[in-house]
Structure formats: C-alpha cells, structure tokens
Design a protein around this ligand. Structure first.
Ligand code: ATP
Ligand code: MG
Ligand code: FE
Length: 343
C-alpha cells in the first residue's frame, strides 16, 4: 500500500510517499520538502498568512517531485494522509484541502494524522529503528514532552513543559543574541566557540521530583545577562552566553530524560523533534544513557524538523497497527490545538 503524506502545520511544506510492507516496517520511497524560513526571516518569526499562501504554491509541485523521485504515478497512491493538527489553522487547512481534493479526484481514502505522532514515529524511518516500548523525549519548537510509548497509538504523558518549549527557549535566546529566526541551529553553532560554564543560568524545575519542564525563566536570565554585558558585548561574550544557554537546556532535558527512564525501568530512549538535531544534546545523551546500558534512537538529522515523511510514516504505521481506517470522506477538519493522548 502506497501512502502519500502532506505536512503543512507551520513553515515547512512536506510531501512524501511511504509504502507499507507485510510483516515489516513501512519504507520511505521519496519525499520533498520546502522550508519557508527565508520568507519569514525578515519578520523575525512565522507570519501565518504568508505561510498558508506559500503552502498553496508549493503543495502540488512538491507532490510531482515526490512521485517522480519514487518513480510512481498518482494512480499508485492508495491513501492520502495529511497533518490534521496541531499547528497554524490556515496552514493546516491548505494541506488538508489539497490532500482531500487530490484523494477525491483519485477516488482514494484520506487519513488525518497528529503532527506530534509524526515526530514521535520519525525514528522508525532511520536505518536503526527502535523497538517498543521506549521513553520518548519530544523536543520541538512548540512542545517539550516525555512520554512512555508502548506501541503505535499507546502514548502515556509522563511530563511536559509548563511554559515555553525547548526549541522556543533556543529560538528566543537566539533572538536576544541577534541571531535571527529560527535561532536554534544558529545558537548551537555559536555555542561551539563558547564556554558553557561562563554564565550561571537557571536550570528550572531540575530539582523537582516530577518530569515537567519550564524554560520561560531561562529566556529572562539570558536577557538579564546580556543587559549586564552592556550595549556592545564582544563576540566571545556572546559565544559564551550561547554555550551557557545551550548547556542549561541540555542539562535539564538530559536529567529529566534519565529520570523518566529510571521511573519506567525502560532502557530505550527515543528523541524526536527539531531540538533532537542538536549535537551537544545528542553527544551528552549518548554518553549518559550508555552509562546505564541503555540506548538512544534519533530520527535522521534531516528528518528531525518538520517533513512529509514522518506524516506518511505515522499514517502507515497506524494503518498497519489496525488503529486507523482511511475513509472516503472529504469533509475534512483540522485541529489547531490537539492533545496527542486523545489522538
Ligand atoms: P511542533 O512540532 O512542536 O509543532 P515545530 O514543528 O516548529 O513545533 P520542529 O520543526 O520539530 O518544531 O523543530 C523546530 C525547532 O527546533 C526550532 O525551535 C529550532 O530552533 C529547533 N532546532 C532545530 N535544529 C536545532 C539545533 N541544532 N539545535 C537546537 N535547536 C534546534
Ligand atoms: Mg519549522
Ligand atoms: Fe514539528
């Protein structure tokens, strides 16, 4: 079965073709992606109206590109999947509208997918996929959650951020440092030149016994530290602050992940979402988890941030698990706010 997937929840248009296999994980046949980052950069963040309009422009050319790369035709598509939510309402509506129109024209069924389930299952597209059960650390631009995952569709929330997401903490700190949008990768690059111990930044909730996170105070601390440096901080001072910020985020995320593994007794950790691309986080997690004979699985680097492959994959895995039955129903709805546990 061939599943065509559309992602359009924010500022990436992604299309992918995934094929299910008897008794094995689905495989990615091809995918195509367009990032709107350069378009939104001038505004310092995503402009929803511009995002929607650009998804309209990109969806069909990317579909053509995906099918060509897979050597497939439109008639080969058996199910059309799309991101139903969470995300920007207008952006979601474009993906859902295109997916349902295409499915209606082909007479094929559709399936709406939860964006975070896509992130969560994206490591199954890697050459070294995890096995169930595992602890999942979802660290993206809008979410920071620890979950116990027993199977496809079986997600128990262990803890989550009570304010900003980890990616948001990266982005907001980067913005304060004048690094543009989205600042996560830029802050990580600058941090390579800095001293992570130069600034003593807070590790919110680190010493609380729960598995929740809080990053809003970190951004305030970064702003205060910058103010103390005066109007013209040196490049080295900025690099030191970037390194210290990254160190604070990584330490909290790492320690809470280890705590979740200990609490559940699970030795496998799956990291998903954009911040999962962070090199310092990967290095430190690998070392810490190996120390108690556990293993960490990640999506491939280019599949950490939003893409169509994870949406087609989540649809495929749901169908294979018998949890979802695609329907010949083209009266689509989107869910800008949507809890994964209720998906
Ligand atoms: P959500 O999935 O919660 O709706 P999103 O789709 O915007 O949010 P993702 O696409 O998963 O989030 O990830 C984007 C986030 O990842 C941004 O905050 C970005 O700064 C961050 N990010 C990407 N690469 C890195 C990196 N190397 N280091 C730190 N942060 C990074
Ligand atoms: Mg994005
Ligand atoms: Fe995302």
């Amino acid at each position: 079965m061939n599943i065509l997937g559309f992602e359009s929840s924010c500022d990436e248009t992604g299309v992918a073709l995934v094929q299910t296999r008897e008794g094995a994980l689905p495989v990615l046949r091809a995918h195509a992606l367009h990032s709107q980052i350069s378009m939104h950069q001038a505004f310092g963040g995503v402009v929803p109206e511009l995002a929607s309009r650009d998804h309209v422009r990109r969806a069909l050319p990317l579909t053509r590109e995906t099918l060509d790369a897979a050597g497939a035709r439109l008639e080969d598509v058996d199910v059309v999947a799309f991101t139903r939510g969470p995300g920007l309402a207008g952006a979601l509506l474009v993906g859902a509208g295109v997916a349902c129109a295409l499915a209606a024209a082909l007479g094929k069924p559709t399936l709406g997918v939860h964006h975070l389930e896509g992130h969560l299952l994206s490591p199954f597209l890697s050459p070294d996929p995890p096995e169930f059960p595992f602890v999942a650390l979802l660290v993206s631009g809008g979410h920071t959650q620890l979950m116990r995952v027993d199977a496809v569709g079986s997600y128990t929330l262990l803890g989550e951020t009570i304010d900003d997401a980890a990616g948001e903490a990266f982005d907001k700190s980067a913005k304060l440092l004048g690094l543009g949008y989205p600042g996560g990768p830029a802050l990580a690059r600058l941090a390579e030149q800095g001293d992570p111990t130069a600034f003593d930044l807070p590790r919110p909730l680190l010493h609380q016994p729960n598995l929740d996170f809080s990053f809003a105070g970190l951004k305030t601390a970064v702003a205060t530290a910058l103010r103390k440096l005066g109007p013209e901080p040196t490049d080295q001072q900025k690099a030191d602050l970037a390194a210290s910020t990254q160190a604070a985020i990584v330490e909290v995320v790492l320690k809470k992940s280890l705590r979740a593994m200990k609490a559940t007794g699970l030795k496998r950790l799956v990291v998903a979402g954009g911040v999962g691309a962070n090199r310092a986080l990967r290095e430190q997690l690998n070392v810490a988890v190996a120390r108690f004979h556990g293993r960490v699985h990640y999506p491939e680097l280019h599949l950490c941030t939003d893409n169509g492959a994870m949406i087609a994959m989540a649809a495929a895995m749901r169908i294979q698990a018998g949890l979802a039955s695609p329907a010949l129903d083209y009266t689509f709805e989107v869910k800008p706010r949507w809890d994964l546990a209720s998906a």
